[in-house]
Design a protein around this ligand. Structure first.
Ligand SMILES: *Cc1c(COP(=O)(O)O)cnc(C)c1O
Length: 486
């Protein structure tokens, strides 16, 4: 460490031993004395082979989509073709610099422009910004556009956004961050928006309605036209959370059925592997009269070149991310769309729906499915029967699923289904995998009857047994233990 030189930023804080009048100083002098090592650190020495084996072994202790089925509902954990990764790593894209003269990145701009266009075509909206970098970021942008729409007309009193009790947590958070009040509407006994209740909630203060479709119960909200009419009657706007767009592509265009604004989750629907927090992309599409509020810049073109378009900056909600958003995620989505074409894209959705219905029908005899009309790309089961009869919780079942070599489904969400088990197989799984999963789930259901203790102690075969879900957060103590230490 002794020769590492860098510039100091915080001169002379208490506890620091900084040489006076010395612009460049040694790293060790910038670390408060009380945090400096008394002895050199012990660093183990291994051969390359040992290091490789260590990390490969660690990776095998983990779960990933190439290793096994990953039915995590609401997240669309599907297998993504590796060609997207390969192309995104292509040196031509990778080395492009955001400040490069636009004449030298015409190909990149053309790609982004076409992505805007393709997403707009698929969703039935006039134009799409590819700037937001997550679904939640898209929600924030979309709601800002709704506010801009009203303010532009001189309407300042609208302060409420209605959303269903099955909404994803980011929805009320985005509503609040935009300065609106959340008005929650209960789902009816079919898991859909309750129209009668909606009629009672409508008043002139309503700025918009935020709806996930298919909703987080995996059910298609088929009363959109009626809902849209009610919301539009008070000049509110219809916002669609498009996280579940992988059930609609090539089948339904949200812009055609009454939605005014929508975000996509490219990292769920369009071939960026996710989980663990990013990176993502949350483009937002809008109807024609809202285009002028989209963030700046958009990607546009003249006859012979593409450019960053700031021309609507007077009306725009502003710039919400630097440059081109998450370029590589947008690129992967572009490749995915072009490779599948419109035929292939609609097959993605159809297969996702078929897979989910197949699982639901095979499992509904063994696990309670509260809303069991035909589902879309996912369905919500529950451990209601197992809990009542054998004292088994959803968490126990989720842990036992790990023993069978699968990632657990989403549990305890949506909040309106007690002991929820939310299963999303995605379109990329074949019948063999689904049948094996069904077999494992039936074995678990039988085990709940015959041997409930096994479930309460599960998982039994994983590298780490059942952990305390919150202790690691509260008392983090992660340190390598040497062989000669106890
Ligand atoms: C994932 C998800 C979001 C949020 O998207 P992020 O990209 O994680 O910010 C919003 N709504 C629904 C229904 C989702 O599944």
């Amino acid at each position: 460490m002794a020769d590492l030189i860098f510039k100091k930023h915080t001169p002379g804080r208490k506890g620091y031993t900084l040489p006076q009048n010395d612009v460049e100083t040694k790293l060790e002098n910038c670390i408060p004395t009380k945090f400096q090592r008394k002895k050199d650190a012990r660093i183990s020495e291994c051969s390359e082979l040992d290091v490789m084996r260590h990390f490969i072994e660690l990776s095998h202790m983990n779960h990933f989509i190439e290793k096994g089925f990953y039915p995590l509902g609401s997240c669309t954990m599907k297998y993504n073709p590796k060609i997207n990764e390969t192309l995104a790593r292509n040196i031509g894209w990778l080395d492009a610099h955001p400040l490069q003269p636009k004449e030298t990145v015409q190909g990149a701009l053309e790609m982004l422009y076409e992505l805007q266009e393709d997403l707009a075509k698929m969703s039935g909206f006039e134009n799409v910004t590819i700037q937001p970098v997550a679904g939640a970021h898209g929600e924030f942008v979309g709601l800002k556009i709704i506010r801009a729409y009203h303010l532009n007309k001189g309407i300042t009193h609208k302060n409420k956004i209605i959303l269903p009790d099955s909404a994803h947590g980011t929805n009320p958070a985005s509503v609040t961050m935009n300065g609106y009040k959340t008005v929650e509407i209960k789902s009816n006994d079919q898991g859909k928006v309750d129209l009668e209740q909606l009629k009672k909630l409508i008043d002139d203060n309503v700025a918009g309605f935020m709806l996930t479709n298919p909703n987080t119960l995996g059910i298609f909200e088929d009363q959109i036209e009626e809902i849209a009419e009610l919301i539009h009657s008070v000049d509110g706007l219809m916002y669609m959370d498009g996280a579940n767009f992988n059930a609609l592509m090539g089948i339904v265009k949200p812009g055609d059925i009454g939605f005014d604004v929508m975000h996509f989750n490219l990292h769920k629907t369009f071939a960026t592997p996710h989980g663990g927090g990013g990176p993502g992309s949350g483009p937002v599409g809008v109807r024609k009269d809202l285009v002028k509020f989209l963030p700046i810049p958009m990607i546009s073109h003249t006859e012979d070149r593409y450019f960053l378009d700031y021309s609507h900056k007077e009306t725009s909600i502003g710039q919400l991310h630097t440059f081109y958003g998450n370029f590589a995620v947008n690129l992967k989505a572009f490749v995915y769309i072009k490779m599948l074409g419109s035929e292939g894209i609609s097959r993605v959705s159809k297969n996702a729906i078929i897979n989910a219905n197949y699982l639901m029908r095979k499992l509904e005899k063994y696990f309670h499915v509260p809303f069991n009309n035909n589902c879309m790309h996912e369905f919500v089961a529950s451990a209601k029967w197992q809990k009542e009869k054998n004292g088994i919780k959803t968490l126990d079942i989720a842990k036992r699923i790990l023993d069978k070599g699968y990632h657990a489904p989403t549990v305890y969400f949506p909040l309106i289904v007690p002991e929820a088990i939310m299963i999303e197989p995605t379109e990329t799984e074949g019948k063999n995998t689904l049948d094996k999963f069904i077999e494992s789930m039936i074995e678990i259901a039988e085990e709940c009857e015959k041997n409930p203790e096994t479930l309460k102690n599960a998982p039994l075969n994983t590298p780490v047994r059942r952990v305390d879900d919150t202790r690691a957060v509260r008392q983090l103590n992660a340190r390598y233990i040497w062989e000669d230490e106890s």
